[in-house]
Write a protein that binds this ligand. Structure first.
Ligand code: BGC
Length: 765
């Protein structure tokens, strides 16, 4: 058949397909509207308000309040959702109360913090981001949804897409790091992974994008602190990942705890209604963060009745745990402070979510013991967790190719993180089976069998200060403490180390040193562990630092003295095996940093896409009087954004542009040849950045606009091509219009945000 005719038929089929799809969608919406209209006609005001109440099932809580009297509240129709309740049996029992004992039999939605896996735990989100592998990230979310939904759940409080450029903030571990573009791609991948194509499928979860908004920019990196930010920065740098998640179809959004330019997010009408609904077209429901309505009292916005009314009117639909909605909204309706229409709007959105999840068709559709048995902790999921962990690790230093190690001889695995299984899953892994998670030592042993003899010593305490150590090992994430004099412990550790051919120093943070309410002012490896490291180095044996961390750390001393550093974040259930895979060369590390590692905490916030200032340093200088710098430390990071080594080496040819001009509505191809010039097969993340040289407002010195992860055998080369369009050059101008301005641009291509080659082109009308 003639190619032209084929194309026409294909286009026609596509249109018919699209029309059928749209018609089906419209029919579904009509059915849903009819169903909910009918249901709401039967609902009392109390029952409508009940739908806005989210309580905790009691398995895990982060604030002061814990829900009480859940059973009778379900029966009275006073509960719309329950979170942190797990197991098919418990969820079935609670759902039975709702559908058999409440007047209108409205099913409950069951949520949970399924953040980086359910029972099979994947690396912490910051680690997953370091894989720069969107397919892999989507698969991890898919598996998390498969397991959690098999246990009765249908809603997850993820993805967390808060951009953070402040490593002091503990929750940087829960997001994708500092970059807007990378963070947006990850947000999409996660929503697709959780929600799949059909929210009503029994193996999908409704996503909840959090924390809306700007939580990662808390002043001084102190958790729950205020954020004060220009609209220009919000729109260009901090809001896009939330929008990307909404555009990907996320069904719900969680408010953040923080104040935003004087109005806390949970009461912020501009944010929840003008931006989220009117500008972005979000049609799901908004839930508060944990007791965030009640916290508005301490923010100084009024009493519980006042702040509850204000949140509802701002555009919040569901109140997490605090019960301000449940206990005050009726009174506010009676007093005319909120209208019944406000309540109806909120109630409708919650009911719609339940409808989309298929709960009205079958409230027990997610309760299937057989599926729970088959899916949770399934070996294929564990294999994926091992792969994901290996891909998340970032090789920061590898002097004289110390790594990979040979599989023979004796290896001493020393340090407070060496033999603690409960710390391997990392923060926000509330459903992990801590008792059954192998430690680094155990995981390495099971991967290596008897090819390598592993010996071990605690080496040092996690922290000098016992009280600090206690704060850093909460929720069962234990690390034993040795109260003997330090010299005695060190002498023993060194004795063990001397018997080995190689020392693996398992040091850094415990899992609870990052995450919620775990901000730090000193972001180095704790001093007591550094002293251990120094002693281990003095033995003269080769030392590999296997670094555990939930944030960028300052590693200036370590970088100078330790020959090999492998940053493993918190790798999840299969951490130990994955570390063995990488240390012994079965897996070649390919992770790249999603956040800048500073030289010194005083540089924070430090990020690659900063502004130039009017007094930038001259190239190659690190201090110039009356220029923008510090007296004591250069402006450079220790390890830049996008950085990470491999066991092999990659060479970049000169980037080639298809033209020196990009016309609006046209496209420009940037291509580069990348070759594997070393002796191992390996993966490389080829990164593309741009700079808009002259603008109506100042533009960052570099912005990531594309990346591709490629795999090359030794000696193999590949041409990597990126297509740039006007869209990639757009930004929000002073009037918050999304525009690309004509003029000259630089495009940079390279292996990280620092080591790049550049070319120039013009955008013309
Ligand atoms: C956290 C949220 C979490 C919620 C429910 C809060 O403290 O900020 O990220 O989803 O608790 O557990």
């Amino acid at each position: 058949m003639h190619i032209q005719i084929k194309r026409l038929i294909f286009a026609a089929c596509l249109m018919v397909g699209m029309t059928i799809h749209t018609v089906k969608g419209q029919q579904h919406k009509r059915d849903m509207d009819n169903f909910i209209n009918e249901l709401m006609q039967q609902m009392t005001l109390d029952e409508k308000i009940g739908q806005l109440n989210l309580v905790t099932g009691g398995d895990a809580t982060t604030g002061a309040a814990v829900s009480t009297d859940v059973e009778s509240k379900i029966k009275q129709g006073n509960i719309g959702g329950i979170f942190s309740m797990t197991s098919v049996a418990r969820i079935r029992a609670a759902q039975e109360l709702a559908v058999n004992h409440s007047r209108l039999k409205i099913p409950i939605i069951f949520g949970m913090d399924v953040i980086h896996g359910y029972k099979t735990i994947f690396p912490i989100p910051l680690g997953l981001a370091a894989s720069w592998d969107m397919g892999l990230i989507q698969e991890t979310a898919r598996i998390a949804a498969t397991e959690a939904s098999a246990d009765g759940l249908n809603w997850t409080f993820s993805p967390m897409v808060d951009i953070s450029r402040d490593a002091r903030w503990g929750r940087i571990s829960e997001g994708s790091g500092e970059d807007t573009y990378l963070g947006s791609r990850i947000a999409e991948a996660m929503v697709h992974g959780y929600q799949g194509k059909d929210l009503a499928a029994t193996n999908t979860l409704m996503a909840c994008v959090k924390h809306f908004a700007l939580y990662g920019a808390a002043e001084a990196g102190r958790d729950y602190n205020a954020t004060d930010m220009s609209l220009h920065r919000m729109y260009n740098e901090y809001l896009p990942p939330y929008k990307a998640a909404i555009d990907a179809g996320a069904g719900s959004v969680m408010t953040s705890f923080n104040d935003i330019n004087g109005v806390p997010a949970t009461a912020n009408k501009w944010l929840m209604t003008d931006v989220l609904r009117n500008q972005w077209g979000f049609d799901g429901f908004v839930v508060t963060d944990y007791t965030a309505v009640n916290e508005l009292i301490d923010h100084g916005l009024g009493d519980l009745q006042e702040v509850s009314a204000r949140s509802l009117k701002a555009g919040v639909e569901m109140d997490m745990v605090g019960e301000g909605f449940l206990t005050t909204l009726k009174k506010s309706v009676e007093e005319g402070k909120v209208s019944e229409a406000d309540i109806d709007r909120a109630c409708r959105l919650v009911l719609e979510a339940k409808y989309k999840l298929g709960l009205f068709d079958d409230p027990f559709r997610y309760c299937d013991e057989q599926r729970a048995k088959e899916e949770i902790g399934n070996p294929a999921h564990l294999a994926k967790a091992r792969e994901a962990a290996g891909k998340s690790f970032v090789l920061l230093k590898n002097e004289d190719q110390l790594l990979p190690l040979k599989k023979h001889g004796t290896v001493a695995v020393i340090g407070p993180l060496a033999n603690t299984g409960s710390n391997m899953p990392g923060t926000w892994s509330v459903s992990a089976d801590l008792e059954r998670t192998p430690s680094l030592l155990e995981g390495m042993q099971s991967a290596l069998g008897n090819q390598v003899k592993l010996i071990h010593h605690l080496g040092s305490n996690l922290l000098d200060d016992a009280a600090y150590q206690e704060r850093a090992t909460l929720f069962g994430r234990t690390i034993p403490r040795d109260e003997r004099p330090e010299a005695e412990i060190l002498a023993e550790a060194v004795e063990v180390a001397r018997q080995a051919d190689v020392i693996v120093a398992a040091l850094g943070e415990s899992s609870e040193m990052s995450g919620e309410s775990s901000s730090r002012t000193d972001i180095g490896i704790p001093a007591v562990q550094q002293r251990l490291l120094a002693e281990l180095l003095k033995t003269g044996k080769p030392v590999v630092l296997v670094l555990f961390t939930g944030r960028p750390l300052t590693l200036t001393w370590e970088d100078k003295h330790v020959p090999a550093i492998l940053n493993v974040w918190f790798g999840g259930t299969e951490t130990g095996k994955a570390v063995a895979d990488v240390l012994f060369g079965d897996v070649n590390p390919s992770g790249k940093l999603p956040a800048t590692f500073p030289q010194h905490v005083g540089q924070v916030p430090l990020y690659y896409s900063h502004k130039n200032t009017g007094r930038p340093l001259a190239d190659g200088q690190w201090f110039q009087k009356f220029r923008s710098n510090y007296l004591d430390v250069s402006n450079d990071p220790l390890y830049p954004f996008g950085y990470g080594l491999s066991y092999t080496t990659f060479a970049y040819g000169e980037p080639v542009l298809s033209a020196d001009t990009l016309l609006r509505n046209g496209n420009l191809q940037v291509s580069v040849e990348v070759s594997n010039t070393g002796s191992y097969a390996g993966e490389e993340v080829v990164q593309l950045y741009i700079r808009d040289l002259v603008g109506s407002v100042t533009r960052p010195v570099k912005e990531l606009k594309g990346f591709q992860k490629i795999q090359l055998a030794p000696g193999q080369s590949q041409q990597v091509a990126f297509d740039l369009t006007e869209e990639d050059l757009k930004f929000y101008n002073a009037d918050l219009e999304h525009v690309a301005e004509t003029g000259e641009f630089i495009v940079f291509v390279g292996t990280n945000s620092r080591d790049v080659q550049e070319k120039r082109f013009y955008l013309k009308d």
